[in-house]
Write a protein that binds this ligand. Structure first.
Ligand SMILES: [Zn+2]
Length: 138
């Protein structure tokens, strides 16, 4: 229970700490040897308020493969959020070859409601790869 509370607080803190938001992740604009923390836009809610999710990118000093990490695709499974943040706290981009892209809270609606599913479509794990003009889950 305490772990879930800490992960949820960490998620909320990260949402406030990241000041800008983007529509796409453009790796070529990120300097080699740097870490970027931002928000990715994914639509608006029923009040027209933009919805975003935190995104972390660590781009190594030298080129290499790209690793994608996500956590909390099920909004009531929060352990991965803290794990991703611990990884980014210890990553040394001067020693990294390649890029790590992480979305530590993939299901912000589920995290907020402490539920497994997203609102309209249910389980995000069942609707990959999504639809460009579908609901914002897709
Ligand atoms: Zn799960």
């Amino acid at each position: 229970m305490l772990g879930k509370t800490i992960a949820r607080l960490l998620f909320v803190f990260i949402n406030f700490a990241f000041s800008q938001s983007i529509d796409t992740i453009q790796l070529n604009t990120i300097p080699m040897g740097s870490i970027v923390k931002t928000h990715l836009n994914f639509g608006v809610d029923n009040f027209g308020v933009p919805r975003t999710i935190p995104v972390l990118v660590a781009k190594g000093k030298t080129p290499g493969p790209v690793l994608g990490l996500t956590a909390a695709i099920h909004g009531n499974e929060l352990n991965g959020i803290a794990i991703i943040h611990k990884l980014f706290d210890t990553l040394d981009v001067t020693q990294l070859s390649g890029t790590v892209i992480a979305i530590p809270g993939l299901n912000p609606v589920g995290i907020s409601d402490n539920t497994r599913d997203f609102k309209q479509e249910g389980d995000l794990n069942r609707i990959f790869p999504g639809k460009k003009n579908g609901s914002y889950e897709k």
